[in-house]
Design a protein around this ligand. Structure first.
Ligand SMILES: [Ca+2]
Ligand SMILES: [Ca+2]
Length: 521
């Protein structure tokens, strides 16, 4: 990107003869920050039914979703099983959980397993009720099951923002029919089932973005092979979804290499659908934990509350660096899966224990862990204005895009707290100078960015449109909480000159800069 002050200029004549010129000044390569800061809370409904207790970091008992949302998490991920023997992970608990999440302003991602139990690269067992279906009927079952829940969510006013069709489907799903290794690695065996699920999502909920999700987030060869495979079958999706577990899927450097190449090669946003890291190697119940050995840790990231937070921060930071704003974000698995008798790993065995409690985001006393604070370090700036599908298309959501066709690029509109999809929605265009006590003031409405990353403003003034532009207006307003719109008042430079010598017109230009790099503590 070129020098400062490239691009849009808008002028408005204000009272008192001043000419306000609002311009977007871009001084760096533009890229949006991550916008998905998620936690999987699939365990929560069942855990609460068994008496699960959650607390803030300070120890105050509260609603787990509210605590997570209060710490900056902005999306919940919910697992869908067709008919889980424990009675959870279906519409009966997902619909009310979606209402709770929505009421807290949280986005929703559903992940369909197309199974009655865990589906991952090692198992994709068909639901019992589908076991004897023909291939054609299996496709219909995928459609009907997907459509029913997506439509029910939309009908209650909480449409899923994202839907993952399949969970960690490296080797396909709905084995053996949709299993790649059982079908000569022909993606034509898997594609019809993906198409059925995607068609159902599109029909039930047009604003919902479709995610395709595989494991091996640190293996670019696998990611390229797999997504090339589905693409060659004409499958159309919105987000590349990857699991990245540091102890299984490669180094952080391998993750960065993979997500960066995937975003560029496929020109799609990349979402880490699952990640986790232990805050302790001690177990909270008698069930041994999957990650419980020091040899499974990453050097420099101890199994402590601080180490867990550092790992989550490192992964977010990598996604935030993906060029062109294609690092969509990160979802933590599973944020709320604390020890409760009966809420073990095996959904068909109520006596099973928890094998993941040392990787939750609440400790063994139910207190919120330090890793939750990482969510608040990152902005989620554009998401309020764009749907999840919009965010997959840089022609709509990109900093320089102009979806409402009003001549102002998104970056400027976002900085001025306007909806970039709605022409003439910029409140600050009506900025008017106010003369008071011999000084002149301008009031402009901004959207306040994160302290760590986001949008920065610089205000310049000049006495002629050709400049020179001086960064000399003085902000005198009071900042409001991050993410909110704020009215900020600037004292103009006219007060620097004697009244008689003041020019008849002044020009004010707003430099808007995306701050691309996180500067985290
Ligand atoms: Ca355990
Ligand atoms: Ca515009």
């Amino acid at each position: 990107m070129g020098a400062l002050l490239r691009g849009f200029i808008l002028s408005v004549r204000g009272r008192g003869g001043w000419l306000v010129v609002l311009g977007a000044g871009f001084s760096c390569c533009l890229s949006a920050a991550v916008w998905i800061k998620g936690g999987d809370v699939s365990s929560l409904a069942k855990g609460e039914s068994l008496g699960g207790v959650y607390r803030t970091a300070g120890g105050t008992r509260g609603d787990a979703l509210a605590i997570l949302a209060g710490n900056g998490m902005n999306l919940v991920r919910l697992r869908v099983w067709v008919a889980s023997p424990d009675g959870f992970h279906g519409s009966a608990d997902i619909l009310p959980m979606a209402r709770r999440a929505h009421a807290l302003g949280l986005r929703i991602l559903l992940t369909f397993h197309y199974s009655d139990t865990w589906a991952d690269p090692a198992q994709q067992t068909k639901p019992a009720a589908w076991a004897a279906l023909s291939a054609a009927d299996l496709r219909t079952a995928v459609y009907s099951h997907t459509y029913a829940l997506c439509a029910a969510l939309a009908a209650q006013g909480t449409p899923a923002d994202y839907v993952a069709v399949g969970n960690e489907i490296n080797d396909g799903m709905l084995w053996p029919e949709g299993r790649l290794s059982a079908q000569g690695y022909a993606f034509s065996a898997l594609a019809p089932y993906l198409q059925s699920g995607i068609s159902a999502v599109r029909a039930a909920s047009p604003t919902t973005a479709v995610v395709l999700h595989i494991a091996q987030g640190g293996n670019w060869d696998t990611v390229r092979w797999w997504f090339d495979g589905v693409k060659s079958e004409g499958v159309a999706w919105d987000y590349i979804g990857l699991s990245y577990y540091p102890y299984w899927h490669g180094t952080l450097a391998a993750l960065e290499s993979t997500v960066t190449q995937a975003a560029e090669y496929f020109q799609k946003p990349v979402l880490i659908c699952e990640t986790a890291y232990p805050f302790t190697l001690s177990a909270g119940d008698s069930q041994s934990n999957i990650i419980g050995l020091s040899t499974q840790l990453t050097a420099g990231y101890p199994a402590t509350a601080t180490g867990q937070a550092q790992m989550l921060r490192a992964i977010f930071d990598i996604l935030d660096r993906v060029p062109a704003g294609r690092g969509a974000g990160v979802i933590y698995w599973d944020a709320t899966w604390t020890v409760r008798t009966g809420n073990g790993w095996n959904n068909i065995d109520a006596t099973s224990g928890n094998n993941w409690e040392n990787q939750a985001l609440f400790d063994y006393t139910g207190r919120a862990l330090a890793a939750q604070a990482v969510f608040a370090e990152l902005p989620a700036l554009a998401a309020p204005y764009f749907s999840a599908r919009d965010m997959a298309q840089t022609a709509v959501c990109g900093d320089l895009a102009d979806p409402d066709g009003d001549g102002a690029p998104n970056l400027l509109e976002l900085a001025l707290a306007a909806d970039p999809r709605v022409a003439a929605s910029r409140p600050s265009v009506t900025a008017q100078p106010l003369a008071l006590n011999g000084d002149t003031y301008f009031s402009l409405i901004y959207r306040r960015p994160s302290a760590a990353a986001g949008i920065d403003y610089r205000v310049f003034t000049a006495t002629t449109p050709a400049g020179p532009w001086l960064e000399n207006a003085i902000p005198v307003g009071t900042p409001l909480p991050i993410g909110t719109a704020q009215l900020w008042t600037y004292r103009g430079p006219m007060q620097l000159a004697p009244a008689a010598a003041a020019p008849a017109a002044q020009f004010m230009r707003i430099g808007v800069t995306r701050v691309p790099a996180l500067t985290l503590p």
